[in-house]
Write a protein that binds this ligand. Sequence first.
Ligand code: ATP
Length: 274
Amino acid sequence: QGAKIKNAVPKTDFRFEDIGGQERAKGELKEALDFLIHKDETAHYGIRPLKGILLTGPPGTGKTLMAKAAANYTNSAFVAASGSQFVEMYVGVGAQRIRELFKEVKTLAEKNNQDSGIVFIDEIDVLGGKREGSQHREYDQTLNQLLTEMDGMSTSEKPRILIMAATNRMDMLDDALLRPGRFDRKISVDLPDKKARKQILLIHTQNKPLAEEVDIDRVAQETYGFSGAQIESVTNEAAIYAFREEAKEITPDHFSLAIDKVMMGEKTDRETNA
Ligand code: ATP
């Protein structure tokens, strides 16, 4: 019990430009967010206001970054929680936490004079997994509370609240969450292609002393199948190798070692240096 949900960030400076690649996902997300910004125009056309956006895709592809950038783009208050924080809570505590999250984002928006707020729930599958039998009753209350909050969200009331959620197990989600009027926008955030990997590498090497011989195109080539998070790891590990050797700059060799390390995951440093 008592898992803390206190990740309120008054303002996030994270921008879409800080996310490498993901052009399609960013475009789809921005279009959806424009509905939030231009709510009077959309109301004119009788467009049903957007309440929930679900980001789906493998781990480490930048879903959390997208949510933060969305808050910045729309000048929204931002509050985040993870589905796993609701596990093993006493009956009722999870539901209470959901209520608090919504209260928190409203308070934050009012404090900062913002017209909108975004509630981001990572790993929504843990909280909103398919309901089977009665053994998950404590999660049910949490999920039901989330659905109640979503259904009760008024579109004329200020601040307007948007729920963003992320999952890499879309198949696990309870159908109730996917009904129209709930998470009715789904955006897939995929593993980066070579061009995107290069952009992510450039973002994460900006502040690092790279040797001239480092060929970022080549590193992008060699990190085929890596997620953004793994690419970030490569840049960090490469810097650590350089630091350990007290090298002035990060060399292509450091990158090779780092790629191996991230690819192997568990491989020990001794083995990698052998
Ligand atoms: P999970 O599903 O595991 O929660 P996620 O999709 O939410 O992962 P993030 O937490 O957004 O992934 O990304 C983890 C880290 O990986 C980021 O903090 C960032 O350093 C790096 N990263 C991932 N994708 C990108 C990207 N497209 N551009 C730049 N950095 C990225």
